[in-house]
Write a protein that binds this ligand. Structure first.
Ligand code: AP5
Ligand code: ZN
Length: 213
């Protein structure tokens, strides 16, 4: 399966991805995770991306299209993939279409994590992540067994630099202006499935499985 996950910050894309990935043996390509790794490693890409990310703005189409093009060449992505956080502009969606056409494949489904803006601040400001695995926790909705530590490895959890109420505002703004049109782009192709992303995690997982079965 070849899937795209679209939704505003905190809608649950990164939380559902590992579950879908394991269920269908897909590779998980999250541009946000890849960019944060590049920023941490201070690679040329990371240096270029950092300023926009800190402000909650999108980095340029060319940079993200480049990383996706590279990442999709991994053998583990041949059977199928989950794109989490990409494409986020209509320009990126068109470039993705070109890439897939060259490989002779198509997107099967776009999962639209529809949710009201009002609930996102609590989700974002309570989030803790385990950077090495991408596992996501929440102080209220999904607390770790030991506060501040990853359930599996016992390693420390961290908060994202852009997970503040102020930066969330610009991330939401970017979502409505630049990413909402991407949902319309795929709706015209008839492959969008709308989820009730405000429901509890397990119920969203059930909806996802239903859509994909
Ligand atoms: P990115 O990393 O993609 O961030 P984002 O889109 O803002 O999305 P989030 O990761 O915040 O949300 P999520 O839906 O994954 O939420 P999660 O599942 O963790 O991008 C970061 C930046 O990189 C961008 O601002 C941009 O600068 C740049 N960038 C990335 N891709 C780009 C692109 N293609 N083009 C240009 N620039 C790009 O859940 C959040 C919290 O809620 C967690 O604590 C979780 O435990 C909890 N939770 C999840 N589901 C539920 C539920 N159902 N009920 C209750 N709590 C829940
Ligand atoms: Zn995410």
């Amino acid at each position: 399966k070849r899937l795209i996950l679209i939704g505003p910050p905190g809608s649950g894309k990164g939380t559902q991805s590992p579950i879908i990935k394991d269920e269908y043996c897909l590779c998980h390509l999250a541009t946000g995770d890849m960019l944060r790794a590049a920023v941490a490693a201070k690679t040329p890409l990371g240096i270029k991306a950092k300023e926009a990310m800190d402000k909650g703005e999108l980095v340029s189409d060319d940079l993200v299209v480049g990383i996706i093009d590279e990442a999709m060449k991994k053998p583990s992505c041949k059977k199928g993939f989950i794109l989490d956080g990409f494409p986020r502009t209509v320009g990126q969606a068109q470039k993705l279409d070109d890439m897939l056409e060259k490989q002779g494949v198509k997107i099967d489904k776009v999962l639209d994590f529809a949710i009201d803006d009002a609930v996102l601040e609590e989700r974002i400001t309570g989030r803790w992540i385990h950077p090495a695995s991408g596992r996501t926790y929440h102080t209220k909705f999904a607390p770790p067994k030991v506060p501040g530590l990853d359930d599996v490895t016992g390693e420390p959890l961290v908060q994202r630099k852009d997970d503040t109420a102020a930066v969330l505002k610009s991330r939401l703004d970017a979502f409505h202006k630049q990413t909402q049109p991407v949902i319309d782009y795929y709706s015209e192709k008839g492959i969008v499935a709308k989820l009730h992303a405000e429901k509890p995690q397990k119920e969203v997982t059930d909806e996802v499985k239903k859509v994909l079965s």
